[in-house]
Design a protein around this ligand. Structure first.
Ligand code: FO1
Length: 318
């Protein structure tokens, strides 16, 4: 494995799993984890950053491993009391998790950037690896529905349980947003080894990051390979609505669709053994392809996929 710097783009639960695997095999000075902030929203007056929190809690080993989000050992007294008052309880905020949202909201109100707030939270939670938001500017994902309506991301994802039929997505304010300094600086490093796109939802977790002004140009201008891990395995998304979205967008539920979606933006795609038969079709769609186990059940699986992904990137750089 080369000794340069790795940038990992992560969103959602699947992304955090591989981010953890990478953090277990790379020291803090060789890894920058960039989290999607398109899922962020203001709820009950609090600034909620789900993908930042999921990856931060996961690296701090504090996360609720069953749900993939929120904290382990959570209690729900606040939510029960809120519900009794008729408050919005569809977005489940645990008592311990609430401390993170209240602290982030207060620090942002004091004028700290989201990057600074994230760094301060990580320090307090004992996370050594740098986690940065994709941008310090808000870029909320709007889900455009087939019936013509729009939904804020969390209303689509949690309140409406991903049931509405999607027609597309937009990222509000992205034209005016800038990559966070920690993200842009990592891409500009002369020792950048590779960029890993974790197995996150391509449409709502990865596209917001890649479509930020300047990001694609930085990737195109670098000889560091961009390697994505397919979030679709055997026709299914292991977590979340990626496969349902592909159905609704008219794409087959397979890694070839992922390769086509990322066409021109990735050098390699890591696919699961269940999709071995798709490897040549992926290659015809553009990127190099490697086949390995991408389903991460154990910690060892997370570490092994991280090693396999970095080895694949190294083979592309050679
Ligand atoms: N996801 C849910 O499906 N239901 C919830 O009630 C929920 C609450 C929640 C609270 C804090 C947080 O950081 C994440 C939370 N998530 C919940 C996950 C969130 O919707 C993320 O956007 C998804 O993980 C997709 O990235």
């Amino acid at each position: 494995m080369a000794d340069g710097h790795v940038v990992a783009l992560s969103g959602g639960v699947g992304g955090a799993k591989l981010a953890l695997g990478l953090s277990r095999i790379l020291p803090p000075d060789r890894l920058t984890i960039v989290a999607n902030t398109g899922d962020d929203f203001t709820h009950l007056g609090l600034t909620i950053c789900p993908d930042l929190d999921t990856v931060m809690y996961t690296l701090a080993d504090l996360s609720n491993k069953e749900a993939g989000w929120g904290l382990a050992g959570e209690s729900w007294n606040f939510l029960d009391a809120l519900s009794a008052l008729g408050g919005e309880d569809w977005f489940r905020l645990g008592d311990r998790d609430l401390a993170t949202h209240i602290t982030r909201t207060r620090w942002l109100a004091e004028g700290r950037s989201l990057s600074t707030v994230t760094g301060d939270l990580c320090r307090r939670l004992g996370v050594a690896h740098p986690i940065v938001p994709m941008s310090d500017d808000p870029v909320p994902t709007i889900v455009e529905l087939k019936d013509g309506g729009d939904l804020a991301f969390q209303h689509y994802f949690v309140r409406d349980q991903c049931e509405p039929v999607v027609a597309g997505f937009r990222f509000e304010g992205i034209e005016r947003a800038a990559p966070a300094a920690g993200f842009a600086d990592a891409l500009a490093r002369s020792d950048l080894d590779c960029v890993v796109i974790c197995p996150s939802n391509p449409f709502v977790s990865v596209d917001p990051v890649l479509k930020l002004p300047g990001v694609q140009a930085a990737l195109d201008g670098s000889d560091a390979p961009v390697v994505a891990v397919s979030p679709i395995v055997g026709g299914q998304a292991l977590k979340g609505p990626a496969a349902k979205m592909m159905d609704e967008l008219g794409m087959p539920r397979d890694p070839v669709s992922v390769a086509r979606h990322y066409a021109g933006r990735i050098d390699g795609l890591v696919i699961d053994e269940a999709d071995l038969d798709s490897a040549d079709l992926v290659r015809e769609a553009g990127p190099a392809a490697t086949v390995t186990q991408t389903v991460m059940v154990t910690l060892a699986d997370r570490e092994q996929l991280a090693r396999d992904t970095l080895a694949f990137a190294a083979s592309l750089r050679a």
